[in-house]
Design a binder for this molecule. Structure first.
Ligand code: HEC
Length: 108
């Protein structure tokens, strides 16, 4: 009985994994690029420090240190480009700029 239940749970998990939504083309192209964290730092300084603080320790927006432990790469990209959590604005970086920014966020 327990084994049957375990198998069922496993089968359902595999099904959900197979049916996970495909990444959108923008996210796919960002993830296919190699980001430069130094470049990412300057993009961060220009766009993000007003809210997240000079060293990303938080102001209006939250502290971003360790954020990549809490959020996957595609969630981080979504956070930046979606504009779903006001007052954080919707940004539209080029895929390369986003890849640079992502590599900076991941090393915080
Ligand atoms: C106008 C202020 C503002 C600006 C500018 C801003 N943010 Fe934010 N950011 C926020 C706020 C507020 C939140 C919290 C949103 C929520 O979860 O409700 C947030 C959340 C985040 C999160 C998720 C944090 C977590 O713990 O889950 C990330 C990542 C992030 N911002 C990155 C950035 C980056 C990168 C930039 C620059 C491109 C940026 N933000 C610019 C205000 C801002």
């Amino acid at each position: 009985m327990a084994i049957a239940f375990t198998c069922l749970v496993l089968a359902i998990s595999i099904m959900f994994w197979l049916l996970r939504p495909p990444l959108d083309p923008y996210t796919q192209s960002v993830l296919s690029l190699v980001g430069n964290p130094t470049q990412g730092r300057s993009i961060f300084v220009m766009n993000c420090v007003a809210c997240h603080g000079e060293w990303a320790t938080g102001k209006v927006g939250p502290n971003l240190h360790g954020v990549s432990d809490r959020k996957s790469d595609d969630r981080l990209i979504h956070q930046v480009v979606s504009g779903e959590t006001p007052p954080m604005p919707q940004f539209q970086p080029s895929p390369q700029d986003m890849a640079d920014l992502l590599s900076y966020l991941k090393q915080l």
